[in-house]
Ligand binder design. Structure first.
Ligand SMILES: [Zn+2]
Ligand SMILES: [Zn+2]
Length: 195
């Protein structure tokens, strides 16, 4: 009888110990999951917000409310990560840049339009009438695109050198080395170009 009683106590203890171990394992698992959720939220917030306070706030939200906090974060976070938003803006700017590509003077890089025959800034001749059909041709064109007349050696030489994109020296670079001499009005008024 005493043997049976001993066995029964041992058996109960075994189950209690097993339950405690299982509880500890499940507890560790839940804590690890909770920590991972906080860490994940912090990193996700980093990719979507610029402010450190928001990263901490989002992580704290999940830390305090756990799964409901995470669902709330999912509901309010921006759809687009910062890097994607940045790339999309770059693409949009490149696209607009293509559409509104600014024509520039081949000599001084000043902004010009298609119809300019000469550069109003540096007086460079931009277009000359075709000897054959009299339509205005760009200085670099080797033949007339309207009547196919050959424009000769001069135009070919211009075309070979290509549109000269000599950078305009900055105001600082053009400032006289000797102090005291101020820039002239024409120097100051020289346009700053968008490349
Ligand atoms: Zn010019
Ligand atoms: Zn022509």
């Amino acid at each position: 009888m005493s043997n049976f009683a001993n066995f029964a106590v041992t058996d109960t203890e075994f189950w209690i110990r097993s339950l405690i171990i299982a509880g500890v394992v499940i507890g560790i698992y839940l804590v690890a999951l909770w920590g991972a959720m906080i860490l994940w939220t912090y990193r996700d917030a980093q990719s979507r917000y610029e402010s450190r306070q928001v990263w901490v706030g989002a992580a704290a939200l999940v830390g305090l409310f756990n799964l409901p906090g995470m669902l709330l974060y999912f509901a309010i976070r921006p759809q687009e990560p910062l890097i994607e938003r940045f790339n999309r803006q770059l693409e949009a700017e490149a696209f607009l840049g293509e559409i509104f590509k600014q024509d520039v003077c081949t000599q001084c890089n000043a902004p010009i339009t298609d119809s300019f025959v000469a550069c109003p800034y540096c007086r460079a001749v931009l277009q000359e009438p075709c000897a054959s059909c009299d339509r205005n041709l760009r200085a670099a064109w080797t033949i007339c695109p309207y009547c196919t007349a050959d424009r000769g050696q001069a135009a070919a030489a211009v075309a070979a050198s290509g549109p000269s994109r000599t950078p305009v020296p900055s105001v600082a670079a053009r400032r006289p080395a000797t102090g005291g001499v101020s820039l002239t009005q024409t120097q100051v008024k020289k346009p700053v170009h968008v490349s």
